[in-house]
Ligand binder design. Sequence first.
Ligand code: DX5
Ligand code: ZN
Length: 226
Amino acid sequence: MTVPPLIVAPSILAADFARLADEVRAVEHAADWLHVDVMDNHFVPNLTIGLPVVQSLRAATQLPFDVHLMIEDPRRWAPGYADAGAYNVTFHAEACDDPVALAKDLRSAGAKAGLAIDRDTPIEPYLDLLPSFDTLLIMTIKAGFGGQRFIPQLLDKVRTARQHIASGHLELRIEVDGGIAADTIEQAAAAGADAFVAGTAVYGADDPAEAVRRLRGLAERATTGA
Ligand code: DX5
Ligand code: ZN
């Protein structure tokens, strides 16, 4: 399997939940990953979907699942998503007292392991943990709801992480999540992100697949300077 240089991951949080399979198929040939936001009404105030939906959806599409767990006690729940066939399982640093141990569990369950950093959490304490992870998700909003305004200052964390990864020769994706759209994706790409979650910008568009292609084009241009 060739590794795409940039990942665009539509978030189904902004999709029509009554037509979830159709909404996923609408981006099937344009997207790289499907971003699935799991919220438990404890770690964040919002409540979304959980394991049964992910299990059912797994049979409805070929797209790799990028599961973003905004939940408490991820040690208990995260491996279940790996078992359900998720490609990447990301949990929040703020919710886990032993992130390296959970990353190991996820990798042994056959998934990639992701660490998410919320708006108010500094990146520095986690830099030394990155060799245990495949994905670093840097929130560009406060986790919990779609449709929020992108916070450009949070890209400083992306720059810090990108430098650290380059100097340590680490293999790790830097994913940004929150307010990513045509007017923000270029700055995120220029800061060093190489995976882009977009909810409203994809499912709020008349043609979600076209929206994904447009976002990818903008990110590519910002990365290559073309
Ligand atoms: C919010 C979720 C995001 C959300 C992004 O906490 O993690 O993935 O779906 O939605 P937009 O792209 O609308 O900001
Ligand atoms: Zn998310």
